[in-house]
Design a protein around this ligand. Structure first.
Ligand SMILES: [Zn+2]
Length: 140
């Protein structure tokens, strides 16, 4: 069998070779079917070590078969966003905007919240918190 060069293609190919449906594979991995669909659609191009092992085990292949097809984009934009952007982000959150995309990976919606605290003079202040599910970005 000629293996597909992409993770998406390879997972799809091996899953079908094993006679598994997306649902079967999701169940074997204890993942949502949508997650498997995302991987097969090429939305996820690389996996965490744990996910890779789980997926490889469910597909009954060695983890490297998946790893060698993974593509982890090396992006300079994954460095921390500039302070102006963080400031703007915080302002948006404080104004109740919640549909914000992570400024670091630009892939996931941020989980935002407004917290209450006190400044050094004891005055009540509100500050924005946000974190990303997809990358280590945290606004604090
Ligand atoms: Zn992110």
């Amino acid at each position: 069998m000629q293996l597909s060069p992409t993770l998406a293609g390879r997972v799809n190919q091996i899953r079908e070779y094993r006679n598994m449906t997306v649902k079967d594979l999701a169940k074997a991995c204890r993942m949502q079917t949508g997650r498997i669909e995302d991987i097969e659609a090429g939305l996820e191009t690389w996996l965490s070590t744990t996910d890779r092992q789980i997926l490889a085990r469910a597909l009954r292949i060695e983890a490297y078969v998946l790893k060698e097809a993974e593509y982890e984009p090396a992006h300079p934009e994954l460095s921390d966003p500039p302070p102006e952007l963080l400031h703007e982000l915080a302002e948006n959150i404080l104004h109740g905007v919640r549909e914000l995309i992570c400024p670091r990976c630009k892939k996931a919606a941020l989980k935002c919240s407004v917290q209450e605290g006190f400044d050094i003079e004891g005055a009540r202040i509100h500050y924005a918190r946000a974190f990303c599910d997809n990358c280590p970005f945290v606004l604090k």
